[in-house]
Design a protein around this ligand. Structure first.
Ligand code: PGA
Length: 227
């Protein structure tokens, strides 16, 4: 029966995911592809706005992002935490402080993701809610480039904690303990409400919801380092 199941699942799975998910989804695809060797994957990594665009033009089978517009009638299912944290260089004067007031962030030069980014939207929303302006010194369209800019002393930024997945022992960045952080968010797997999923897409959808969190934890780089 297992051979039948495997035989049934042939073809391409098309995924569009936000940039933060690139630290996790490719890892958890490994065990999935071992289970269904007949499947090929097309994975697009892009920002929140572009994932929404592919969703509305039905370009892919499944989409992964952290928030949907209120008017969307797509079906969303949370499968993993995606907390946003404040990052600073290790030698930053605030590095050892506890409970740093949010207002203190307004004094620091800030690095922001590009317009269209879900990370940017979440950060902007928090500061808007508190009526605090941010001194944005730099807009950057890449989590990795932002980490380099922080390490280089350009300023602080807020990124998904998952972007630290590969930092390992040479980490030059530190998470600051700031009031209101981490911003608690989730990744959702999304499909258009009326859409009939292919057998492959259904299998991946079930895998993500049932096993995604466990496999993500088991295959995480930090975890591999600890063993
Ligand atoms: P972004 O989305 O890559 O557009 O910032 C990430 C997220 O919303 O988690």
């Amino acid at each position: 029966a297992i051979a039948d199941l495997k035989g049934l699942k042939q073809g391409t799975l098309r995924l569009a995911v936000v940039t933060t998910a690139k630290y996790v989804i490719p890892r958890i695809l490994g065990p999935f592809c071992q289970r269904y060797p007949g499947i090929d994957i097309s994975l697009t990594v892009t920002n929140h706005q572009h994932v929404l665009d592919s969703l509305s033009s039905n370009r892919d089978d499944l989409y992964i992002l952290s928030q949907l517009p209120d008017e969307s009638d797509a079906k969303v299912y949370p499968f993993l935490e995606n907390p946003l944290v404040v990052l600073a260089p290790c030698n930053h004067p605030l590095a050892k402080e506890k409970d740093i007031p949010l207002i203190r962030m307004a004094e620091e030069p800030f690095i922001m993701r590009e317009p269209g980014s879900g990370t940017r939207k979440a950060v902007q929303k928090l500061f808007d809610q508190h009526g605090l302006p941010l001194k944005v010194k730099l807009d950057l369209g890449s989590n990795e480039a932002i980490k380099q800019a922080i390490a280089g002393g350009m300023g602080l930024s807020v990124l998904s904690k998952h972007t630290l997945a590969l930092e390992g022992l040479n980490n030059q960045l530190i998470i600051l303990d700031v009031e209101g952080f981490p911003i608690e968010r989730y990744w959702y797997v999304v499909h258009p409400s009326g859409k009939q999923l292919s057998a492959i897409a259904r299998a991946f959808f079930d895998y993500l919801l049932n096993e995604g969190k466990r496999v993500a934890e088991e295959t995480s780089y930090q975890r591999l380092l600890e063993h």
